[in-house]
Design a protein around this ligand. Structure first.
Ligand code: COA
Length: 268
């Protein structure tokens, strides 16, 4: 049986591909467990600096495997709760991943597929990609993905798309802020993603981890004196950190910072 997840390492880049193309990369309990485990292992691998999440075949992901959903309908509330918590753990692992993450979206991103996109730091879609939160059409709700999707598209858009299950195109996903960039076709997706990968590799890895925590600490919080104190502590700590010292020194000395991969076009 083919593996439902493909993992490749290209230097500092971890490429994780949902690999059930015949099911449009719909995920069941086994794939959820495998993806969560893989992300945890990449998070702990010092050689990996960032992760690109993609889907093999026509679609990024058709969300929850509806055969699995059907199977679970015969189980108790407790068993369903435990099962849904596993998907919740996957979404949280991805959303709180300590390194930058990029979603590469082609074809359909439906239901939990939209959840995966919303959990990544950056998302790039082909113009032909389509999105939908179809759960209510199926008599369900986009439960564990909702905090990340509402945070990405806002409450107003969530009201429409959660309540209609309508399909929307990549231009609308971009307008809503679900995806950051569009590629005119699938062939150009990798070029766009390559540019973002290069930009990410030029930034300090500790600073990126801290920046992700910073965003979570300030998002939707009132600007109180405690919050100002907290943000000042964060920058004060990084100024004196080895990475902060190296980054500032490299700029002033007009050289590449230690963490930046060598540019192959530069003379050595
Ligand atoms: N769970 C299980 N199987 C799925 C699936 C899902 N979420 N999405 C697609 N599949 C299966 C189809 O049942 C079909 O199986 P079959 O070959 O045994 O008939 C196969 O994948 C191909 O799908 P098909 O619908 O024929 O392809 P398509 O290109 O016409 O459409 C989608 C692709 C993704 C747009 C369409 O399958 C779809 O709308 N899927 C449901 C997605 C959804 O609502 N997800 C949210 C779940 S909460």
């Amino acid at each position: 049986m083919p593996d439902s997840l493909a993992i490749e390492l290209h230097g500092a880049l971890g490429l994780v591909t949902l690999n059930r193309p015949e099911r449009h990369n719909a995920f069941d309990d086994a794939l959820i467990a495998e993806l969560t485990e893989t992300l945890r292992s990449l998070e702990g691998d010092d050689k990996v600096r960032l992760v690109v999440l993609s889907g093999a075949g026509k679609s990024f992901s058709a969300g929850a495997d509806l055969n699995w959903m059907k199977r679970m309908a015969g189980f108790s509330q407790e068993e369903n709760q435990r099962d849904a918590m596993a998907l919740g753990a996957l979404m949280r692992t991805l959303a709180h991943f300590r390194k930058p993450t990029i979603a590469r979206v082609q074809g359909a991103a439906y239901g939990g597929g939209v959840g995966l996109v919303a959990c990544c730091d950056v998302a790039v879609a082909a113009q032909s990609a389509t999105f939908a939160l179809t759960e209510t059409k199926l008599g369900l709700v986009p439960g564990v993905i909702s905090p990340y999707v509402v945070s990405a598209i806002g409450e107003r858009a969530a009201r429409r798309y959660f309540l209609t299950g309508e399909r929307f195109d990549a231009a609308e996903a971009w307008r809503l802020g679900l995806v950051h960039d569009l590629a005119p076709n699938e062939d150009e997706l990798d070029g766009k993603i390559g540019e973002i990968v290069d930009a990410m590799l030029a930034c300090g890895p500790v600073a990126q981890r801290e920046a992700k925590e910073l965003i979570r600490a300030v998002a939707n919080r009132p600007v109180t004196s405690e919050l100002i104190q907290d943000t000042a502590e964060r920058i004060a700590r990084l100024r004196a950190s080895p990475e902060g010292r190296e980054g500032v020194a490299a700029f002033l000395e007009k050289r590449r910072a230690a963490w930046v991969p060598p540019d192959e076009t530069e003379p050595s």
